[in-house]
Design a protein around this ligand. Structure first.
Ligand code: SAM
Length: 309
């Protein structure tokens, strides 16, 4: 028997905001596909509509500062100043903390960038990286007047965000180094090629849910904070999709079957796909309507076999 619940609300939804100070009505679009709610809009506006203490685990990867253009005026990552980017992420994750259950966790994958003067390399707002769909080339590449940065300085952005979140109330519990088996080539001759990214584990409270039995080392030992992953077939149609195996680990460690998993920057919906595969529900938020449509389609393909009884 096949049970399909691919209910699509393509009209505009209106509700009184849950916790916003504006007291205004809010508009957004939403798809419901099986146990996944996909909300299309700016996560800074949608997150305040979610009830408090309602989500077990957030697994997400926000846009990296100055890297890709997601072609929307409300996109994060295109801020003129890297400090404004950090401030915006603190605001987003403050709302995530509010919606997390007391024993909930946040798993945050975030990338770095270089300050550069001129050139077209990997350098903040003018970065040209791999299969970037459209570069942010609306202003000249120049070193931001911030943090004492100099030409060619590595921003250290992941740790700056991590410290800002810590200062805002999060408990920083782990730093995981994700080693990419098939990293993007870099044409650099004056430093080692970068093949890693960072994943941070944050808790809302000192006691939190972490199932250390759910993912182990091949030897049976407790999982280490050094994950060698990929490559995976790119079925996502998104230039910055993270590997399903990375998401699988975070969800297994941070939630139980039946729990709700959140991704406020859902892109191609990888978090939702994996959540469904692991019998969790998901709330996904994505600004770019085209990616949202693609992920809805991807979710429908993924959800249907799992509902075959
Ligand atoms: C790094 S990608 C996430 C990719 C995702 N993890 C996946 O596997 O496909 C970041 C996403 O955040 C979206 N985004 C940017 N600003 C946003 C905002 N203010 N609210 C919600 N989504 C936003 C972008 O459109 C982009 O798809």
């Amino acid at each position: 028997m096949v049970i399909l619940n691919n209910h699509i609300k393509q009209g505009t939804n209106r509700v009184a905001p849950h916790a916003t100070s504006q007291g205004l009505e809010m508009e957004w679009q939403e798809y419901t596909i099986g146990s996944v709610r996909l909300l299309i809009g700016d996560c800074r506006k949608i997150l305040p509509l979610l009830p408090p203490d309602s989500v077990q685990c957030c697994v997400t990867s926000p846009p990296y500062w100055g890297l890709r253009d997601y072609e929307h005026p409300e996109q994060l990552g295109s801020e003129e100043s890297p400090q404004t980017y950090v401030d915006n992420l603190v605001e987003v994750f403050r709302e995530v903390r509010r919606v997390l259950r007391p024993e909930g966790t946040l798993w945050l994958n975030i990338g770095d960038a270089y300050a550069r003067n001129g050139g077209t390399g990997v350098c903040g707002p003018n970065a040209k990286v791999g299969n970037t769909r459209k570069l942010i080339q609306k202003r000249n590449c120049k070193v931001p007047d911030c943090w004492g940065l100099k030409d060619r300085d590595l921003l250290g952005m992941p740790w700056r965000v991590a410290f800002a979140l810590q200062a805002d109330g999060w408990i920083l519990r782990s730093h995981i180094t994700w080693v990419k088996k098939a990293a993007m080539p870099e044409s650099v001759k004056n430093r080692p090629t970068r093949v890693t990214e960072d994943v941070f584990l944050f808790a809302k409270q000192p006691q939190y849910y972490y199932n250390n039995e759910a993912v182990r080392e091949p030897s049976g030992a407790n999982l280490r904070n050094f994950w060698v992953l990929g490559p995976e077939p790119n079925e996502a149609g998104h230039p910055a999709a993270f590997p399903k195996e990375l998401v699988r680990r975070c969800i297994l460690l941070g939630s139980r079957p039946g729990d709700v998993v959140l991704d406020p920057f859902s892109g191609s919906g990888t978090t939702g796909i994996v959540a469904v595969e692991l019998q969790r529900s998901a709330i996904l938020i994505e600004l770019n309507a085209q990616y949202a449509e693609q992920s809805a389609e991807r979710l429908r393909r993924g959800v249907q076999p799992s509902l075959l009884l």
